[in-house]
Design a protein around this ligand. Structure first.
Ligand SMILES: *Cc1c(COP(=O)(O)O)cnc(C)c1O
Length: 229
């Protein structure tokens, strides 16, 4: 049985509350995304039973396979690198795409969303640490991308996302999270049409508390809820 999930979730929610308290924030500002990639449906159902409604997946096939078997009020977020030829399939099953890492991908989303008669919410992925192995815009490219994408009628930019480096000590990522927050504030100040920089998706199992202290509004926690993959 996967009863450990309940205890893990209690622990995560407690830590969210504590991190919020350190900054005078309300836990209601934080959306926990239960990252369920590679995990079986029964694990998602257990998390659902414990109250979780937002799940993160990094493969289109996995979202498509799991979504029909979960209750209607579940939202799936696409958090992994998205290939353009999979956009059309994923659109009906995802509430938010965190991983928009190129203009070409954003254009594809616009095209497929228009064809489906939908508006798709997205975040722009920023490679703050400039890691070669990572996808995403460099910080200095984000404003231009926002100015372009905000003109797409079927795409709505909701904020920014980053995948911080894997580190032993989460404090090492504090500067990364701060920088994403500053970038978000800078862009919000420009009052670009149709752009509300409301979402900051940052922080994973190893560093979500630091991310919350630095302004995260969505944290993506997998291992800390479901155990090792
Ligand atoms: C897998 C994954 C996570 C969750 O990682 P954990 O360390 O297991 O919490 C978060 N974000 C993205 C983009 C991921 O691919």
């Amino acid at each position: 049985m996967n009863t450990y999930i309940e205890g893990n979730l209690k622990e995560v929610h407690k830590r969210i509350e504590e991190a919020c308290a350190r900054r005078g924030r309300s836990p209601e500002e934080i959306t926990l995304i239960a990252v369920s990639k590679t995990k079986p449906l029964e694990d998602l159902k257990e998390a659902y039973r414990c109250g979780e409604r937002t799940f993160g997946e990094n493969k289109v096939q996995e979202i498509i396979a799991k979504a029909p078997d979960m209750p209607e009020d579940v939202r799936f977020h696409m958090i992994g690198h998205l290939q353009r030829n999979k956009v059309r399939q994923v659109i009906p099953h995802t509430a938010l795409i965190h991983s928009v890492d190129s203009l070409r991908l954003a254009k594809q989303i616009q095209e497929d969303a228009a064809r489906e008669g939908r508006t798709v919410d997205i975040l722009l992925e920023v490679n703050v640490a400039r890691e070669e192995s990572k996808f995403g815009f460099f910080a200095e490219e984000v404003e231009d991308a926002v100015r372009e994408i905000c003109q797409f009628p079927n795409v709505r930019i909701r904020g920014l996302m980053t995948i911080a480096p894997f580190v032993e000590d989460p404090e090492e990522n504090r500067a990364i999270f701060r920088k994403l927050n500053e970038l978000s504030v800078d862009i919000a100040r420009k009052n670009i049409d149709n752009v509300i920089m409301g979402v900051l998706s940052m922080g994973m199992t190893g560093d979500y508390e630091v991310a919350i202290e630095e302004g995260a509004t969505m944290i993506r926690v997998g291992t800390g809820i479901f155990g090792a993959r």
